[in-house]
Design a protein around this ligand. Structure first.
Ligand code: NAI
Ligand code: AKG
Length: 526
């Protein structure tokens, strides 16, 4: 497939006329061919107009048609072949096995949403039949279903060029819900974006859908990003990136004459709680496993374990010695972009320059100026609670260990944390009592609580929650991964005393779609 440096607006491909973008080869720092012209306000307008024009037709496609489209997107992405992997490797610096795995996750995600659409449970059909004889007042016939919000602006993430990008989870869940999508591609991987974008564009065509179901623009955050979020035809936003970027979009969305929801996944330090009995039985193994998670993908995961809490004592020393040894074997890794590397180095030097923080260990020294070195720091619970800067995300393979005098202090530190995507508890049966105290604290702050694992590597499934209270996401009532992500792009509509001829099929008598429906509160298939 050709990478032409073109944006995809509906069925057309065109070169933007705003300032061009070039991918930077992550490993060498050299600009890559071709140049990608940036989008202008006129391009934003055209993409949004097409998306709006497509909405009413697309949202009433049958579940089967929409599922077949999602499957066609998955197949078209696979059909790109190895070019997709090699281009993504060059643009992101991520290794082949990781990107092959990520492609599998992307395709699997689209297929999971296809299944979800066919299943129809997401429509949440409810029927409260009329009660004309009810006294003192009769009840009208009430029927409810969820409908899609409208066109969605999706921001591709730098750190997952496939699974959280042009054809990633936000796009898959919005398309599954029945929402056309306009993607603002991330400038870190424009070639990868164009390849995936063309695959989705071809699926729109082969499935006979209106062209505005999918568009993809390159360009700056200020022109294309802000332009999309401010456009009145865009009805929701999906974003993964920085706290500054996400909160800027939240402000724009809230300031519109018609404010819209923003589902931004932003910063998270993903605390790991090392419980005393677990430490007594396997501190060294935990240290090794922790470093594996810390250094995965050069630490460029929003689920990266950036904070570790443990009680002072010889077990903590064993953990640190084991982590130090493992880090000593961890090579420096190419980071995604010069900007992300520089932000990482600044974050690490702030920690190193804080006189209440001690550097415990480092990864291997960088052999190229594009690489980041892993780093482990420690401080005390008192210092941590005294200095909010220590709780800021350092995006990359850096983590801070908090020495706590006792488990009660661990709880107090947990109480003071901001919202998180994940929290991890390393525990044994003897830690149950303590874990029981910690659990409610974590439930209030975290989207996913895991035991005896590591937070990186999110499963795409029905029960997954990849979300959490602010600032881990803009809206903690949702998940951006797993089938429940579809719910972000739906809203309920109730039809009161509607003649059968006007009712949508999902709510008609006789259940022509064979859906699970709640009739007078009781779930069934009648
Ligand atoms: N927690 C997480 O999952 C992630 C966090 N990050 C953090 O973000 C930093 C920068 O990485 P990027 O991926 O470039 O994230 P970013 O937030 O700077 O950019 C992401 C996307 O949003 C757009 N954007 C940013 N600010 C905007 C604004 N004010 N208005 C409109 N659009 C805007 C950008 O053009 C880009 O397309 C990293 O160093 C890291 O600290 C990055 C990726 C994932
Ligand atoms: O841990 C994962 O698999 C997902 C991480 C993620 O969502 C992110 O880094 O943006």
């Amino acid at each position: 497939m050709t990478i032409a440096g073109e944006m995809l607006i509906g069925a057309t491909a065109l070169r933007g006329t705003d300032k061009p973008i070039r991918a930077i080869e992550a490993a060498t720092g050299q600009p890559m061919e071709p140049a990608f012209g940036g989008g202008t306000p006129a391009d934003v307008d055209r993409a949004c107009a097409l998306a709006w024009a497509a909405f009413d037709t697309y949202r009433e496609t049958t579940p089967e048609a929409r599922a077949a489209f999602l499957e066609a997107c998955a197949q078209a992405i696979l059909d790109i072949g190895d070019e997709l992997i090699t281009r993504a490797m060059a643009e992101s610096g991520l290794p082949r096995p990781r990107l092959e795995g990520e492609r599998g996750r992307t395709v699997g995600q689209l297929r999971l949403f296809a299944q979800e659409v066919r299943d129809g449970t997401w429509i949440s059909a409810r029927i409260d039949p009329a009660l004309p004889q009810r006294a003192p007042l009769p009840r009208p016939d009430l029927r409810m279903r969820l409908i899609p919000l409208g066109p969605v602006a999706v921001f591709g993430a730098s750190n997952f060029p496939l699974a959280f990008s042009v054809g990633g989870g936000d796009t898959a869940s919005a398309l599954a819900a029945g929402c056309p999508v306009v993607v603002k591609a991330h400038s870190a991987h424009p070639g990868t974006s164009e390849l995936v974008g063309r695959a989705i564009q071809s699926a729109v065509k082969s499935c006979g859908l209106p062209e505005g179901v999918f568009s993809m623009l390159f360009g700056s955050g200020q022109v294309v990003g802000q332009g999309l979020v401010a456009d009145p035809r865009i009805k929701a936003v999906g974003f993964t990136g920085s706290r500054a970027g996400g909160t800027a979009l939240m402000k724009t969305a809230a300031a519109r004459p018609e404010p819209i929801p923003v589902y931004a996944e932003m910063s998270s330090i993903n605390p790991v709680f090392l419980m005393p009995k677990a430490m007594a039985s396997r501190a060294a193994a935990i240290g090794k496993g922790f470093v594996g998670s810390l250094t995965l993908g050069a630490g460029q995961f929003c689920t990266n374990p950036g904070l570790v809490l443990a009680v002072e004592g010889p077990e903590l020393d064993t953990f640190l010695a084991s982590a130090t040894e493992a880090l000593g074997g961890a090579p420096a890794q190419t980071m995604l972009t010069p900007g992300i590397l520089s932000a990482y180095q600044t974050g690490v030097s702030h920690l190193a320059g804080n006189n209440r923080v001690r550097k415990v260990a480092s990864g291997q020294i960088a052999t190229a100026s594009t690489q980041g070195e892993a780093a482990l720091f420690e401080t005390t619970a008192a210092h941590f609670m005294d200095d909010p800067a220590l709780a800021e995300e350092v995006f990359g393979a850096a983590s801070l260990v908090i020495r706590c005098p006792d488990v009660e202090t661990m709880l107090r530190v947990a109480e003071g944390l901001e919202g998180q995507l994940t929290a991890t508890i390393q525990m044994e049966e003897g830690d149950l009592e303590m874990a029981r105290l910690l659990l409610p604290v974590l439930e209030r702050r975290v989207g996913r609580i895991l035991v005896n694992g590591y937070p990186t590597g999110v499963e795409v499934s029905h029960a997954m929650v990849h979300g959490g209270p602010f600032p881990s996401t803009a809206d903690g009532r949702s998940t951006s991964v797993g089938s429940l992500a579809i719910a972000r792009f739906l809203r309920p509509v109730c039809y009161q005393d509607m003649p059968e001829a006007l009712l949508p099929a999902a709510l008609r008598d006789g259940n022509p779609m064979g859906l699970w429906r709640r009739i007078d509160g009781v779930l069934g298939k009648e």
